[in-house]
Design a protein around this ligand. Structure first.
Ligand SMILES: [Fe+2]
Length: 410
């Protein structure tokens, strides 16, 4: 069923925290997404696959309609292919069918993309729902097709789709609309579900979300969807953040470390919801388990849930005693929170590395200042310098932030 048009809301990114998850929209004001070199990152992935140095080779796949055998490296951009158009035309001629290349974990090839996507998700944290408990990922879809290679399905991620080249249309249906065709135990939030049918097999007209170069399309995890294009080459960058995570293993690990065996419930939305469960165990064990999960949570926040990070260059921290200041390599370089189970301790996390320090000045004021830094901003260290120079805790925080790629000497 095609050709039906329903008015699609246009939402400014600054207003999305209030509307996040409410429904599909065209998104305006996702500043900085145009600066991400989507094709450049795909070229880097192509080079890594051809060289055999791709960290996650299974993350890159070629799909064709109808299915033909495809040799992965051949269908990724080669060394001389500096522009998307000629690359896509070469692949189209070679395959002579509708095709697409999907490359997951694209942020592992680009610190710029990682920092941009991390920032988007951390800015969305200021919502009632908070940061989703599941993981985040960036992926790139390049191709040339009329109907997308995947039929109607639902994922567990909210998706921001930036159209870098060509035209993309997402056909979307609210969960309830097609729930009758899904397995009985299927619900809107959990699990990937494929219906195994195309849009032509559905009577209900879809919401059609169409974008050209520079547009951003957004849809929440609960929507059934499939993709369409105009048969011409297209390229898109997707930021996906999964809402749910099975917290069972996280809590089981925390309880084990606290000396308890525990069967935690599956599929809780956030670690916060599950914190109440800790009260059923003894106070000491509960507080140790809560503390362990809390550290996991702050660590996750420091990456905005990314499991796969780019390789930050290995480096030795500068002598902070001699440095005038510290420069943020990314917005909100450091995440931190007082430990819920021990108010005398602070958990600090920087791009996935985490540690605990004593909760006292001047570390607290340094963390507050770092937490609020914009990308590129420089913070003078004079305020933290005493007669003996910078205190050891302050230097420890700066060292970890530097090694994790979040700050430079300024
Ligand atoms: Fe999908």
């Amino acid at each position: 069923m095609t050709g039906h048009t329903t008015a699609v809301p246009v939402v400014d990114f600054d207003r999305l925290p209030a509307d996040w998850g409410h429904g599909p929209c065209i998104l305006r004001g996702l500043d900085g997404v145009d600066a991400v070199d989507t094709y450049g990152i795909l070229r880097r992935i192509g080079a890594a696959v051809r060289d055999g140095t791709c960290r996650r080779p299974d993350d890159v796949k070629v799909f064709t309609v109808p299915q033909v055998a495809a040799e992965l490296g051949e269908y990724l951009p080669g060394p001389g292919e500096s522009e998307f158009g000629p690359y896509a035309r070469r692949v189209s001629q070679s395959l002579d069918v509708g095709w697409s290349v999907v490359a997951n974990s694209a942020q592992s090839q680009s610190t710029d993309l990682y920092r941009f996507a991390r920032d988007v998700f951390i800015r969305l944290r200021g919502t009632e729902r908070g940061l989703p408990a599941g993981i985040s990922d960036c992926f790139i879809v390049a191709g040339s097709y009329a109907s997308g290679p995947t039929r109607i399905h639902k994922d567990t991620a909210d998706v921001f789709l930036y159209v870098a080249e060509g035209v993309k249309t997402m056909l979307l249906w609210p969960f309830e609309t097609l729930a009758g065709q899904a397995p009985d135990d299927c619900d809107p939030g959990h699990e990937y579900v494929a219906l195994g049918i195309g849009a032509d097999a559905v009577d209900t007209p879809p919401l059609r979300l169409t974008g050209g170069p520079g547009d951003v399309l957004y849809w929440p995890a609960s929507y059934w969807h499939c993709g369409e294009s105009d048969g011409q080459p297209s390229l898109s960058l997707h930021l996906a953040t999964h809402n749910f995570r099975d917290m069972g293993p996280v809590w089981a690990g925390a309880f084990t470390r606290a000396g308890l065996g525990a069967q935690a419930p599956r599929w809780s939305t956030t670690e916060r919801e599950l914190a109440a469960d800790a009260l059923t165990f003894g106070r000491t064990a509960a507080s140790a388990a809560t503390s362990a999960v809390h550290q996991w949570s702050v660590t996750r926040h420091s990456t905005a849930n990314f499991e796969i990070l780019p390789d930050f260059p290995r480096c030795t921290p500068p002598d902070w005693q001699q440095a005038a200041g510290v420069r943020a390599a990314q917005r909100t370089p450091v995440s931190w929170a007082p430990d819920a189970a021990d108010p005398n301790t602070i958990i600090v996390a920087v791009n996935g590395r985490s540690f605990r320090i004593a909760a006292r000045q001047p570390s607290v004021s340094l963390l507050s200042a770092l937490d609020n830094l914009a990308e590129g901003a420089v913070l003078s260290l004079d305020a933290w310098r005493g007669t003996d120079g910078l205190p050891a805790d302050v230097v420890a925080i700066l060292d970890v932030a530097y090694v994790a790629g979040a700050v430079d000497a300024g």
